[in-house]
Design a binder for this molecule. Structure first.
Ligand code: 5GP
Length: 193
């Protein structure tokens, strides 16, 4: 039985990373570790949070066609290795991918048969006033970065209609209950047999 590939998007600060990490900690999914050219934030570890690559190493993987998708977000490159995802799915593991709307669109258009069968997508929606409060609360970004992220959030929300599922964010427990219910329902799809 094939695992489910659940693409999770939503503006930075909406809580999607927390949802994905918690589902992984509870043994429901494997987390897809992306590659990025951005600098690690305090506490982030190479090979755990991301594979932190130089621009040159990233470009070499693009040229070799190793990425299932890659995109530039907030001025940095991000990408997901195809081989990593297909191996997990074929081993029957659910995979959640925390990626932006551009990355989601390119995976949705992917012609790999394993990816197409396993695919599902959800958008985590949070009204902008609440998003701003959360971004300020986590105190990891400066004012210019917060402004940029709010601007990007409005652009991402405009593409919510591309997703089969929308999870309107409430509190942490509400969000997690809905997220895990979705994962369970998706794992019952006949196409995975
Ligand atoms: P952050 O730098 O805050 O960890 O992530 C910034 C943005 O990059 C988030 O919206 C996140 O979803 C997105 N992102 C993380 N990994 C990938 C990836 O592999 N591909 C794409 N397209 N976006 C990603």
């Amino acid at each position: 039985m094939l695992g489910t590939l659940l693409i999770v998007s939503g503006p930075s600060g909406c809580g999607k990373t927390t949802l994905c990490r918690r589902a992984e900690a509870d043994g429901l999914t494997a987390y897809s570790i992306s590659c990025t050219t951005r600098e690690p934030r305090p506490g982030e570890q190479d090979g755990v949070d991301y594979h932190f690559l130089s621009q040159a190493d990233f470009a070499a993987k693009v040229a070799a066609g190793e990425f299932l998708e890659h995109a530039t977000v907030h001025g940095n490159s991000y990408g997901t290795l195809r081989s990593h995802i297909v191996e997990l799915l074929e081993a029957g593991k659910n995979v959640v991918m925390d990626i932006d709307v551009q990355g989601a669109a390119s995976i949705r258009a992917c012609d790999d048969p394993v990816i197409r069968r396993a695919f599902a997508d959800v958008y985590i929606y949070l009204p902008s006033a609440q998003l701003e409060a959360r971004l300020r609360g986590r105190k990891t970004d400066d004012e210019a970065t917060i402004r940029l992220r709010l601007h990007n959030a409005a652009q991402e929300d405009a593409r919510m209609g591309e997703y089969a599922f929308v999870l309107e964010s409430g509190d942490r427990e509400h969000d997690y209950a809905h997220f895990t219910a979705l994962l369970r329902a998706l794992s019952m799809r006949r196409q995975l047999r």
